[in-house]
Design a protein around this ligand. Structure first.
Ligand SMILES: *Cc1c(COP(=O)(O)O)cnc(C)c1O
Length: 405
């Protein structure tokens, strides 16, 4: 994404023409950015050729999952719906892992029927349930156990998952108990230890700590794990001013160190780092309203289209679609039309002068953007477009009011 002759462009198309042609709000994804992210990820960890399972909850668009699959990636799913979507996109079951603290009997049954690579269990009750179902079906089911390594990911507390106070995984004591349980079961084949300590992680040190914990625990169990699933969580740069950046290199060397002691295949479950910066939400200014010292820029995109700011105070960069040199005297507060005070994107000083009907681009919304969207206020969901060079593909139609009413 960059400016060309003062117009903001994605690949070889300018956003203004997309907005005119497809209406707003609209999610636009860049194919070349997606390709770049996947290749960078693969290249960095190539020395141990991990299985990379795209975290479907970050973006559930079937056409995007299909494109991602073409690069050889598998899928990490957290519900029957996501598993069905990954299968529909053509992801081979042998590359699908199923995570989540509350898989129902129906979901476990479905996962077993589809012969996916691993069900990553998160509690004793779940392991017992899998065992019961596998016994009844006279099948041997491949499972992983998710460990809670009690490691602080040093990220937003709402997206931290690897501390003992979080609901995810089991502690080391339960882990040992479950390893024994699995060894004594004829219907469970324990193949994997999994961890996932949180999201938007920008420091490699929590990963290093987590690997140390995992290493110690594997040594104590004396079990040979075919897979160690390290989850996802690699952060991206939402704000270019914040210099902190996850060093893939350092994470890679920590894993290589780990692999000197443990003969196992690594699985990753990245979501945000693959899809986050590929997506942009274009929106039109409906009204500009005086608010004393500031002006409210009322957009046609709202918290139902992009919930991250309202949900965890996330900040997304906003850019004008047509650049000018005039700077506004006012502070701009970008808000949506929804009847909630949290329906607010960001407050900015020194933005260029805007007027009603102008378009703006909300950046880096590819992950947890559309997948967290809702029909709150009975608003139809936006259209999704995939841009490749000069080619525009509608990968999901805008919802119509008739779909809702
Ligand atoms: C959400 C999630 C991921 C993906 O996290 P990102 O931060 O998007 O990389 C991976 N694994 C599990 C178990 C998750 O819940």
């Amino acid at each position: 994404m960059k400016y060309y002759k003062k117009k903001l462009i994605i690949e070889k198309i300018n956003f203004q023409s997309l907005a005119h042609k497809f209406g707003t709000p609209a999610y636009c994804y860049s194919y070349s950015k997606l390709k770049e992210n996947i290749n960078k990820f693969k290249e960095n960890f190539k020395s141990f050729s991990p299985l990379i399972c795209f975290s479907v909850k970050s973006n559930t668009n079937v056409n995007l999952i299909r494109e991602i699959k073409k690069f050889g990636l598998g899928a990490d799913v957290v519900s029957k719906g996501e598993l069905m979507m990954a299968l529909k996109a053509g992801v081979p079951p042998s590359k699908i892992v199923f995570s989540g603290v509350g898989k129902t009997i129906e979901e476990i049954n479905f996962a077993i029927e589809k012969k996916i690579l691993l069900i990553n269990a998160e509690s004793k009750s779940e392991i017992q349930e899998i065992n019961k179902i596998a016994k009844r079906k006279k099948k041997i089911v491949k499972v992983g156990i998710r460990l809670n390594p009690n490691t602080d990911a040093k990220t937003l507390k709402q997206i931290s998952t690897g501390k003992s106070e979080n609901k995810f995984g089991v502690n080391s004591k339960t882990f040992y108990e479950l390893v024994n349980y699995c060894k004594n079961s004829k219907n469970i084949n324990l193949q994997c230890l999994s961890v996932h300590i949180g999201s938007q992680i920008l420091d490699h040190k929590p990963y290093e700590k987590m690997l140390k914990v995992v290493s110690n625990i594997i040594n104590k169990t004396k079990h040979s794990f075919e897979f160690v699933d390290l989850g996802g969580g690699m952060g991206i740069s939402y704000n270019k001013k914040i210099k902190k950046k996850l060093s893939y290199k350092k994470y890679n060397s920590a894993i290589k160190n780990f692999l000197r002691k443990h003969d196992t295949k690594i699985i990753f479950e990245p979501g945000r780092s693959i899809i986050g910066d590929t997506g942009t939400l274009i929106s039109k200014i409906i009204y500009i309203k005086d608010g004393g010292s500031k002006k409210f820029i009322i957009l046609d995109a709202a918290m139902n289209d992009l919930m991250r700011p309202a949900l965890y105070g996330a900040i997304h960069k906003i850019l004008p679609v047509n650049k000018s040199n005039s700077v506004s005297r006012y502070i701009y507060e970008f808000v949506g039309p929804i009847c909630e005070s949290t329906d607010k994107f960001v407050t900015l000083k020194k933005f260029q002068k805007l007027k009603e009907s102008d378009f703006v681009a909300i950046c880096d919304v590819g992950a947890y953007g559309m997948s967290l969207s809702s029909n709150y206020n009975l608003r139809p969901k936006p259209v999704e477009l995939l841009i490749k060079g000069t080619n525009i593909r509608v990968i999901k139609d805008r919802q119509k009011h008739s779909d809702l009413i």
